[in-house]
Design a protein around this ligand. Structure first.
Ligand code: ZN
Length: 307
């Protein structure tokens, strides 16, 4: 998801916001690029951010992945290299450690996060994903997505070089294959596309399960963690969040759902609902204006047709 979100996110990143990311390591974020020569476009901006001694974020334009460094090897997550080289991600890992990349774990099946992993595979990494992600990848056979070697049903624990990482499947939410990756010692979770750092849901919420996503948010909020690493930076390029972001997202969906239900109960049309509903509490969130109408239509379908 979020492909159309790029322009805004990238612009925000490039603008200046990453100055605030004091922990950021090389390479530095791109400045406003000079006009590109006709023959080549500049390489996409990337950045590595240290979150704790062993946990890093690799940002690739508008996508983020977490990687964990241990003496026994690296646990990487989403390749985030759809239609672009994975080399900057591998280089970023190898700038931190020469330990082998042992695992690549998909946050969920969506290709904008899972694509581009072959160079990791060539280095010997074992690919892990939720069982439904593997089934979808095997069914659709996207050219650039490595089929997972191992699957997770409800829970799998990876222990490597003294670090413990839980892979948790809480049920359907933004997809039917989304994992919450939790580092119990570090109190960090990495989970993608459904708990933004302030943001409405993407477009028409394709592949999102209602009301399951609300149940999932309640489960995440009840878990023990402090720092959220999402799959996309938030406003101002912010790369990590807190439990408040999950609480805010749950409140947004509940407010949206109630507002749409009221319209449906009154016999209003899709167009009426889009025209009538505003949620000023969230008006400052990115893409509120663009995506709220589509989010409304998604909930309209739910309340009007049960789908
Ligand atoms: Zn997604």
């Amino acid at each position: 998801m979020m492909r159309l979100h790029y322009a805004g996110v990238a612009a925000a990143l490039i603008a200046s916001a990453f100055v605030a990311q004091a922990q950021q390591q090389a390479p530095a974020p791109a400045q406003t690029p000079a006009p590109a020569p006709a023959t080549a476009s500049p390489p996409p901006p990337t950045a590595t951010t240290k979150v704790t001694d062993n946990v890093y974020i690799f940002r690739y334009v508008g996508h983020q992945a977490m990687f964990i460094v241990t003496p026994a090897g690296v646990i990487a997550t989403d390749p985030i290299s759809e239609r672009r080289p994975a080399k900057p991600y591998i280089d970023a890992i190898q700038a931190v450690t020469k330990a082998p990349i042992k695992y690549v774990i998909y946050s969920h099946g969506h290709f904008d996060h899972s694509a581009g992993g072959q160079p990791f595979k060539d280095l010997g990494a074992t690919f892990v994903a939720q069982r439904n992600a593997k089934a979808r990848i095997q069914a659709l056979k996207p050219a650039d997505v490595v089929v997972p070697d191992q699957v997770v049903d409800d829970k799998k624990v990876i222990t490597l070089g003294g670090t413990t990482l839980e892979l948790l499947y809480l049920g359907k939410n933004h997809s039917d294959s989304t994992l919450v990756m939790r580092l119990p010692k570090e109190k960090i979770i990495f989970t993608v596309d459904w708990i933004p750092i302030q943001g409405v849901q993407f477009r028409e919420m394709a592949d999102t399960y209602i009301p399951d996503i609300e149940d999932g948010l309640k489960k995440v909020i009840a878990m023990d963690w402090e720092t959220l690493i999402p799959g996309h930076p938030g406003p101002g390029g912010k790369q990590t969040g807190t439990k408040d972001n999950a609480r805010d997202q749950l409140a947004y969906l509940q407010d949206l759902s109630a507002a749409v239900k009221q319209e449906v109960d009154q016999g209003k049309s899709y167009d009426d609902a889009v025209k009538d509903i505003s949620l000023p509490k969230y008006a400052a969130w990115p893409n509120y204006k663009n995506f709220l109408p589509m989010n409304i239509e998604r909930y309209y379908d739910f309340w009007n047709r049960g789908i």
